[in-house]
Write a protein that binds this ligand. Structure first.
Ligand code: CP
Length: 358
């Protein structure tokens, strides 16, 4: 049985970081609401489904000018800092748009070459500085653990500020997992929901943080099967396999898309994450075996969906964009709505939104 720790300030950062999430999850909660979003395992099933409802409501309220203008009054007194020092297009833009939808003012730093880190300021002091100006820090960092460290630092200052992890190295991308789950939820709404579905994840599963975060969230649904398809050297890591076994989620590993594609309800493609290559080791891998071709799509179920966290390279033939099962462009737009919902929930304004009569 895991023991809950009540006085975290007695721990060093190194000790805190090594704790299992079950022992430190309370650290990221204030007044029964998630104050920091660091790991996808922080989302319970009820919170996930609550966020789906809030996201769909925001989407419908924002359709009219009146609703859109009203939403912008809700957090007009709050400021967000987007600290993205690893490249990003859609996570950055969808969070920026989510902040605008709720009326927040937004500042950004997108490279250490334009912050005082270039002058030798530590990431820790940089983050503490952001907390002087912002009520929420959304950050993408190449170092796993840096978003958690930011929460660790700021929760012990007189001005704690909420942190959202927008991608932490090869480790986690919890809000991508949220938008992926929201996309699965919307796509399977008329087919009994996410329960009983088979999800195929293809590509660089070792270094793809989106598949890691998504795997954690699938545990909340009944009778979900996972098919991991990857090159031998890029298989999903053992920590995820241990988690799936512990929660009795069936999964198989293969290097053939073709063998199982007719069983999949969702095919989740990913690109090779060669930015993490130390010695260009992925250059030797024939990644074309992990591309979705028109021939493979013909073998898919008629009502299956194709997902991709994007950006893509050649994993999905652009001709497939015309197929009604291609969900990735809608998936990236869903990110804006679910991220708006997450921010609304974190600032406890979701009930006002849900009560709004459009
Ligand atoms: N899916 C995703 O994280 O995309 P970006 O890297 O463009 O933010």
């Amino acid at each position: 049985m895991s023991k809950k720790i009540t006085n975290f300030s007695k721990l060093t950062w190194e000790k805190f970081y090594k704790l299992p999430l079950s022992e430190k999850s309370d650290f990221f909660i204030k007044d029964n609401v998630l104050f920091d979003v660091i790991y996808s395992q922080q989302f319970s099933k009820s919170l996930l489904e609550n966020l789906f409802t809030i996201a769909s409501k925001i989407r419908s309220v924002a359709k009219s000018k009146g609703g859109h203008d009203w939403l912008q009054t809700l957090l007009s007194h709050k400021r967000a800092m987007l600290y993205f020092i690893q490249p990003s297009t859609r996570t950055f833009l969808s969070f920026q748009s989510a902040c605008y939808i709720l009326g927040m003012k937004v500042s950004e730093i997108r490279s250490t070459s334009t912050s005082s880190e270039i002058k030798g300021e530590s990431p820790e002091d940089t983050i503490r500085t952001f907390s002087s100006y912002a009520d929420l820090i959304i950050m993408r960092h190449f170092e796993p653990g840096m978003a958690e460290k930011a929460a660790w630092i700021l929760n012990q200052t007189p001005r704690p500020v909420r942190i959202i992890n927008g991608g932490s190295g090869k480790d986690q991308h919890p809000t991508q997992a949220l938008l992926d789950m929201y996309t699965l939820h919307l796509s399977f709404q008329r087919r009994g929901g996410i329960d009983n579905k088979t999800i195929m994840m293809v590509g660089d599963l070792k270094r793809g943080r989106t598949v890691r975060s998504l795997s954690y969230l699938l545990r909340h649904y009944k009778n979900v099967n996972i098919i991991y398809v990857s090159p031998e050297h890029l298989k999903i890591e053992d920590d995820i396999k241990r988690f799936l076994k512990k929660h009795k989620i069936p999964f198989i590993e293969t290097d053939s898309i073709e063998k199982y594609i007719n069983e999949a309800d969702a095919v989740y493609m990913t690109r090779i994450q060669d930015e993490y290559d130390i010695n260009k080791e992925s250059l030797d891998i024939d990644y074309t075996k992990f591309h979705l071709t028109k021939k493979l799509v013909k073998q898919m179920k008629k009502d299956a969906i194709i997902m991709h966290p994007l950006p893509r390279r050649k994993e999905i033939d652009i001709e497939i964009d015309k197929d009604k099962r291609a969900m990735y462009w809608r998936q990236e737009r869903n990110g804006m709505w679910i991220r708006s919902a997450l921010i609304a929930y974190m600032f406890s304004i979701e009930n006002e939104i849900l009560k709004y009569q459009n």
